[in-house]
Write a protein that binds this ligand. Structure first.
Ligand code: SF4
Length: 209
């Protein structure tokens, strides 16, 4: 796909999803970090069901640092993996002990925290701190490569190619356009190509035909 076509596809996505934003409910960086850790391989809707009670009981990183895994895990069990509860507590202990109780705002520091990988760090940087960042989750990886915006075998390479293509000030929004498109139209198992506004530009659609 030429650069001009890629830019056209991105402009179309912007037009299709002007209201795209994070679907996780949060009100500060601590809540965003906890919700994003819980959202791995779980729906945002399910995370949003459990987090109000979690944030009421553990309102900040210092409170969470005192939590016991056997108390937290039953509250977040429906989001899967026992390790999520352990990681949240361990991350908050590090935040309390090494960052004065405040979630750090750099990639380097965030990725030191247990359970926080590059994708989670990018989500927190953009959504909680407004710092330009392009997070590649399963939807962004799949949709970007299907359309032909990038040609990458890994999430790291997808991030590299996409951040070269997209102007920095649009990284965060572009991440949300691609997620929304992946959840609503370009689904993993059955992409609804006939209803897709991008089919005139999409590499995958052209290949299928
Ligand atoms: S045409 Fe099909 S494969 Fe291409 S972006 Fe749309 S839904 Fe996905």
């Amino acid at each position: 796909m030429t650069k001009a076509k890629k830019e056209e596809a991105l402009a179309l996505l912007e037009e299709m999803y002007p209201e795209a934003k994070a679907e996780l409910v949060f009100s500060n960086p601590y809540e965003m970090m906890v919700a994003t850790i819980l959202s791995a391989q779980c729906t945002d809707r399910q995370v949003n069901k459990v987090t109000p009670a979690v944030f009421a009981r553990y309102p900040d990183a210092c409170a969470m640092a005192e939590a016991r895994e056997e108390d937290l895990y039953p509250m977040v069990k429906s989001c899967g993996f026992k390790t999520k509860a352990a990681n949240i507590i361990a991350a908050c202990r590090m935040i309390r002990d090494e960052y004065s109780g405040q979630v750090p705002d750099t990639m380097e520091d965030l990725t030191r925290l247990p359970g926080v990988g590059r994708k989670t760090a990018n989500v927190v940087l953009y959504n909680a701190f407004g710092i330009p960042a392009f997070a590649v989750d399963t939807h962004v990886f799949r949709v970007s490569n299907r359309i032909g915006l990038c040609r990458a075998d890994t999430v790291e390479e997808t991030e590299r190619q996409m951040t070269r293509l997209i102007p920095k000030e649009k990284w965060g929004n572009a991440h949300h356009w691609l997620i929304w498109h992946g959840r609503r139209v370009c689904k993993a198992q059955r992409p609804d190509c006939e209803a897709c506004g991008l089919r005139g530009l999409c590499d995958e659609y052209r290949k299928k035909r």
